[in-house]
Design a binder for this molecule. Structure first.
Ligand code: SAJ
Length: 428
């Protein structure tokens, strides 16, 4: 059986490689020439542990090839999987143009009895209202002449390969046959439980519910942390204690929520709810709380420097980490970007270091890229990303004794004992 995978990004490429290594013949389609060149050489343009070897093996065995000719690839395959990005636009409405464009290509090369599987994260009803009508431009009828299934990818970046092959997978189909065919297909690559849900829209909603659950829980912990700061309570200690309760799992407060999932997917629920005449107040407020965290960090920096009588215009702030979370190179939607902008607006000189991202990216964010040593010499050091490289920072390394550590990866007492002013989210 031949498979075409549309989109060779963070999820598409590992999926294509896993199917190829399971013995199926896979063609990956992408609009990015560089991606195609990389993949055809057996290399990956994406940083993800284990992905290099997986792609190398798949390409060397002849089971995986990449192309930009989606029509030719589609004609030749019985199964088409769409894993292209679905961002939000400036008004926080879904931009489904990549899904639409992949489906238009598929419609030009759809055969009877083909199965089209959507993995991209989409607002509920996208399969019904957008995907299927486009595919039916082929003249074939969804459900009768060809199958449609939706299965969201739920693997965690930086642990993608393991989670893709072990997490439970949710699959919904336009009918029983579509869902069953998709289930047998994914059994090739996952040991995880496969859960068949009622229909396409249920599967679409499941993915959004998961990321919204996490985003709203992080917002809750951020709000609790801010209250704890005012009350003189260490929120990290309090949350750890609360989480001993068997039914409580408060998340970790931090400088804000980044990445291309948690900060975007909740808006898809807000959007569809609005269309149905419901206002998603909780979800919207959670997003606003998390988006407000870089501002809160900037406020802590300003207040701390004011307290010791330092002038903002003469002060250097050094940022540790611009990636959206620890040990990844990905900086999409990272809270570091708005934080740098706010600090520059305040009038600080802003320096930054990240062992995983490029200096060009740091420059693009508006900060001066420097070494970790240089950052540690700044008037105020602000840790944003919980990279492993930063877990061994010791008090003597903070030259000017002011440290805003927004992730709970270091022990405040050790720093305070050595005379460092140690601040954080929810810290005393
Ligand atoms: N964060 C906190 N506090 C926490 C947990 C996370 O501030 O307690 C921050 C992180 O630092 C980061 C952001 O939230 O900035 C998101 O990080 P994450 O590790 O929670 O999630 P992602 O975005 O890397 O991946 C999520 C995962 N979804 C869930 O755990 C429900 C993953 O399983 C999904 O596959 C992925 O979104 C996706 O592609 O949708």
């Amino acid at each position: 059986s031949k498979i075409t995978v549309f989109g060779l990004g963070h999820i598409g490429l590992p999926t294509a490689a896993l199917f190829a290594n399971s013995g199926l013949q896979v063609t990956g389609v992408d609009i990015n020439k560089r991606t195609i060149e990389y993949v055809n050489k057996g290399k990956t343009p994406i940083m993800e542990p284990g992905l290099d070897e997986l792609v190398k093996k798949a390409v060397e065995s002849g089971k995986l090839t990449a192309t930009d000719d989606g029509i030719a690839a589609s004609k030749d395959s019985r199964i088409k999987i769409v894993i292209v990005p679905t961002p939000v636009d400036e008004f926080k409405k879904s931009d489904l143009s990549a899904v639409e464009s992949a489906c238009k290509t598929i419609a030009k090369a759809l055969n009877k009895d083909d199965l089209v599987i959507i993995e991209s994260t989409t607002p509920p009803k996208t399969c019904e209202n957008i995907v299927i009508p486009i595919l039916e431009e082929s003249g074939l009828k969804a459900g009768n002449d060809f199958g449609v299934a939706y299965t969201p990818e739920r693997a965690l970046p930086n642990n993608t390969i393991y989670e893709m092959t072990h997490n439970a997978r949710v699959i919904g189909g336009i009918n029983e046959k579509s869902a069953d065919t998709a289930v047998s297909l994914y059994e090739h690559i996952t040991k995880g439980k496969i859960i068949k849900v009622n229909d396409l829209i249920t599967a679409e909603m499941v993915k959004l519910m998961e990321n919204t659950y996490r985003d709203t829980n992080i917002a809750l912990s951020n709000e609790l942390a801010k209250v704890c700061e005012k009350l003189g309570i260490d929120a990290i200690e309090a949350i750890a204690a609360a989480n001993h309760h068997p039914r409580v799992n408060i998340h970790t407060p931090g400088p804000g929520v980044g990445g291309h999932c948690l900060s975007i997917d909740p808006y898809f629920i807000v959007e569809i709810a609005e269309q149905e005449g419901i206002e998603s107040t909780l979800i919207k407020n959670a997003r606003a709380i998390n988006d407000g965290m870089p501002g809160h960090v900037a406020e802590i920096v300003v207040n701390t420097l004011n307290d010791v009588g330092k002038q903002i215009n003469d002060s250097k702030v050094g940022i540790l980490g611009v990636a959206y979370k620890g040990n990844v190179a990905d900086a999409r939607e990272t809270p570091a970007k708005p934080l740098i902008e706010l600090l520059l607006e305040e009038g600080f000189d802003v320096y930054a270091h990240d062992p995983h991202t490029s200096s060009d990216l740091i420059k693009y964010f508006g900060a001066e890229p420097v070494s970790m040593e240089e950052v540690l010499k700044c008037d105020c050091v602000v840790l944003i990303t919980d990279h492993d490289e930063y877990k061994s920072i010791t008090p003597d390394m903070i030259e000017n004794k002011i440290f805003v550590c927004t992730r709970p990866i270091l022990n405040p007492d050790e720093f305070k004992m050595e005379g460092v002013i140690f601040k954080g989210i929810g810290r005393l």
